[in-house]
Write a protein that binds this ligand. Structure first.
Ligand SMILES: Nc1ncnc2c1ncn2[C@@H]1O[C@H](COP(=O)(O)OP(=O)(O)OP(=O)(O)O)[C@@H](O)[C@H]1O
Length: 229
């Protein structure tokens, strides 16, 4: 469903992503892992069209998307939950959820979002900035689901969040993937969460995809070599 081949990306003169290959099969959850600064966030930004790539290809459902604008990719069915959530603090929860619907007056917020995250209904009129970190993360995921994407890109959804909310968010992500068939590409540093959620892993080290396979093949040696600091 999503395939990256030979992707190179630079920030100025710094070569960040070096010939990355990655494939995410329909209906699976792929985990992108690796130490801080290895290029995971940059890779998601390349997929979303938020930073330009130097060369390589990105195909989504058989179509080359690497020259499309971010909004076009979102309309094609790519949802994105950025690192740090990036919700609008001055807008209400409901207004945040309406952002992806701009220009589509006939469409409303799918009721499913509030079933998945009841707290968003309770807090619909509160400002985004007044929510806790965990609630903001639920809002960011809810907002990414408003256009009913085919694939969801999640950048460290558990960073800086209380354990009970991490559990709730984990349950929702696994349910969306396993019961509703939503394809997921998850950037995740926490091993137990990645193991409980992902079908496949890819390890990034210094901008290169150095290992990948079924999650059951993620060995202690690989973790030692590419994850521990
Ligand atoms: N806007 C930018 N301009 C220049 N360099 C950048 C920029 N954003 C990131 N970098 C550099 O690119 C490299 C990869 O960063 P990236 O954020 O993609 O890594 P990451 O694996 O997601 O790490 P983290 O888990 O810390 O977010 C790092 O060396 C970082 O300093």
């Amino acid at each position: 469903m999503l395939e990256i081949k030979g992707l190179n990306q630079y920030y100025g003169g710094s070569h960040i992503l070096k010939g990355v290959d990655l494939a995410v099969e329909q209906g699976t959850c792929a985990c992108l892992m690796g130490r801080n600064g290895m290029g995971k966030t940059t890779l998601l930004k390349c997929l979303m069209g938020l930073v330009p790539i130097a060369d390589g290809s990105i195909t989504f459902q058989g179509r080359e998307i690497s020259r499309l604008r971010p909004q076009q990719r979102a309309r094609m069915g790519i949802g994105y939950v950025p690192q740090g959530r990036e919700i609008f603090p001055q807008l209400t929860v409901e207004e945040n959820l309406r952002v992806p619907l701009a220009g589509k007056r006939s469409r409303g917020i799918p009721e499913r979002i509030f079933e998945l995250f009841p707290v968003l209904k309770e807090m619909a009129r509160r400002r985004g900035g007044d929510l806790s970190g965990g609630q903001q993360q639920q809002l960011a995921i809810g907002r990414a689901l408003v256009l009913q994407p085919e694939i969801l890109l999640l950048d460290e959804p558990n960073e800086g969040i209380q354990p009970n909310i991490v559990r709730q968010i984990g349950e929702v992500i696994r349910m969306l993937n396993r019961e509703e068939g939503l394809t997921i590409l998850l950037v995740e540093q926490k091993l137990p969460f990645a193991r409980a959620t992902g079908d496949h892993f890819t390890l990034l080290n210094n901008g290169r995809a150095v290992a990948s396979g079924a999650m059951s093949q993620l060995s202690d040696e690989l973790i030692q070599e590419h994850m521990t600091v």
